[in-house]
Design a binder for this molecule. Structure first.
Ligand code: ISL
Ligand code: CA
Length: 546
């Protein structure tokens, strides 16, 4: 179980309203208590925070708001003392425009760093091609000083690095090796499948975005050279080391995943796929929110389990880019139901085959926040989207989408207790504290033996001590049921059935388990053989049929 920790919102020790590394150190025992084996830290490098640390201005320095390199080393040491591994975020598709390389690069066309980034001349006084960016209308920005454009798939302050340039790759490999030598245990590699761009940078042919550009992953995701670069990176940095790497790979289907995960030519240990996170996204992207069914959900889960059966899968309900799962995948109305549903979701995901990622706050059942106006938002994606839609009078529609899927929902401060600012800071928090904190907080969860926190602890214990749950194969059960998600994990003669009612109503279900089976985990004390109670989850172990 890997705990994804968002440092900015975890715990503030110097009361500047921003979480920090000393705050992480202070809470390591809390995390140890939960039973996790590793922490993935969102970026902690020097950054002007245009995209909350995903715009790095120095890969070898710690963000000053978070602390010093000595604080970092101490955290590493303290984590390792507790047998907790530290996985860093690695953001090398782009840097900040305030990185020394880019400051040099933009100075002149013959600067030695010019080729560290992707510069092109305009076409008839317009951008070099029609590509849309994730965050702004065009993926190109005109730079006065040399009269050329640079490519930025994300914000204007995140110029894409030119991986074709061997010097860039060498700098990156050196930097990765430095961190590994320092003792970090691995990396979560940000949009790592976007590093190679199609050589001709051709115009995209898909649908136009409202501002007239074309989102063109066919030319910037999973290009042939991506695999070459990642294989090279693996050989130069990871081989022979006790570390792990998980790649964040949008636009990746199961066939492409197999290429990243093949054992003969290692590139990545796991990937983060997007099909589940995009299950409610329409053709035009995440802001077009569309309905989906239980069958759609099962189809995605089962297909990814199948595709990774010879490699390894990653399991997660959320991360710092996604809304809170309790506000997204289930509909509940009372606090009691929230806790039941939280437990059910935990089982539904984490007893599948793969490594689990638990996003900060999920262990206490945090939910989406209420934002009253765009001024309260901090996330560049939501803010830019809102402003673009406002230009064409569609801000209300944009606001409704942000209320459901804005990235700030996941980023509000961790709720430690019922005191002011949820005990996160005595200063002014950098992002508003979710108003639910008097009810939903760590202190409360620790006092209640039936809390989600203790359930997670039990679940982690269950999974990490069972070979069947770790290594057993996966079979979908009740495939046609519209309300129940069920699966079996089998290893040799051992079978564990996992049944989950995703609804707030009782659902009839006859479960077919042998007499001598036993319930090893559930969110109810009492069970009925022909019904699953509201949000009930039950994990039943038996000997598999011969
Ligand atoms: O966040 C998304 C949807 O809300 C994605 O489209 C996201 O931009 C994409 O998955 C890439 O995410 C990663 O790289 C971005 C950064 O903003 C995200 O926080 C990070 O997870 C650029 O570095
Ligand atoms: Ca601080």
């Amino acid at each position: 179980m890997i705990y994804q920790l968002y440092p900015r919102s975890f715990y503030d020790t110097n009361q500047d309203g921003i979480g920090d590394i000393p705050g992480i150190i202070e809470k390591l025992d809390y995390l140890k208590g939960l039973g996790i084996g590793a922490i993935w830290l969102n970026p902690v490098y020097a950054s002007p925070n245009d995209d909350m640390g995903y715009d790095i201005s120095d890969y070898e320095q710690i963000m000053k708001e978070f602390g010093t390199m000595d604080d970092f080393k101490k955290m590493l040491e303290e984590a390792h003392k507790r047998e907790i591994r530290i996985i860093m975020d690695l953001v090398v598709n782009h840097s900040s425009d305030e990185h020394q390389w880019f400051i040099e690069s933009r100075k002149s066309k013959d600067n030695p760093y010019r080729d560290y980034y992707i510069w092109r001349e305009g076409k008839q006084k317009k951008e070099p091609n029609n590509w849309a960016s994730f965050f702004t209308p065009s993926a190109w920005k005109f730079d006065e000083s040399t009269g050329e454009y640079y490519l930025h798939l994300f914000s204007e302050k995140q110029p894409d690095l030119n991986w074709e340039n061997e010097k860039v790759r060498e700098e990156i490999f050196r930097m990765i090796n430095n961190w590994l030598d320092l003792g970090v245990d691995g990396f979560r590699m940000d949009v790592i499948n976007l590093v190679a761009k199609y050589p001709g940078l051709l115009d995209g042919t898909g649908d136009k975005t409202p501002s007239g550009y074309v989102f063109s992953p066919e030319y910037f995701a999973n290009q042939p050279m991506t695999f070459t670069y990642l294989s090279e990176l693996y050989k130069r940095c990871f081989i022979g080391r006790d570390c792990m790497c998980v790649g964040e790979t949008p636009f990746t289907d199961t066939e492409t995943a197999k290429k990243f995960l093949k054992k003969e030519d290692p590139m990545l240990d796991m990937i983060f796929q997007f099909e589940l996170m995009d299950i409610d996204s329409g053709k035009s992207g995440k802001w077009e929110i569309v309905p989906y069914t239980m069958k759609d959900f099962k189809e995605v889960v089962a297909r990814w389990q199948e595709a990774t059966k010879d490699s390894w899968n990653s399991l997660f309900w959320s991360n710092h880019d996604q809304p809170r799962p309790l506000s997204r995948f289930v509909t509940w109305s009372t606090q009691e139901e929230r806790v039941l549903a939280g437990k059910m979701l935990a089982v539904a995901m984490h007893l599948q085959r793969g490594t689990s990622f638990l996003y900060q706050g999920e262990e206490i059942g945090m939910i989406n926040a209420t934002f009253d106006s765009v001024d309260q938002l901090m996330d560049i994606e939501s803010i830019q989207y809102y402003q673009e839609r406002k230009k064409v009078g569609r801000e209300e529609e944009a606001w409704n989408a942000i209320a459901r899927k804005g990235r700030d929902h996941a980023r509000t401060p961790m709720q430690w207790n019922a005191e002011k600012n949820a005990g996160f800071t005595k200063g002014t928090p950098w992002l508003l504290v979710n108003e639910s904190y008097p009810l939903i907080n760590v202190e409360q969860a620790m006092k209640d033996p039936d809390s989600l926190y203790y359930f997670y602890k039990q679940l982690i214990q269950c999974k990490t001590t069972s070979d069947t749950l770790l290594y057993g194969d996966f079979t979908l059960l009740h495939a046609m049921d519209d309300n129940i998600f069920g699966y079996a994990r089998r290893l040799n003669k051992d079978e564990i059935q996992i049944l989950c009612n995703f609804t707030a109503s009782p659902v009839p279900l006859v479960y077919d388990v042998p007499e001598e089976s036993k319930v090893i985990l559930s969110n109810y004390k009492e069970h009925f053989k022909d019904i699953l109670q509201p949000f009930e989850t039950i994990v039943v172990q038996s000997k598999a049929p011969m």
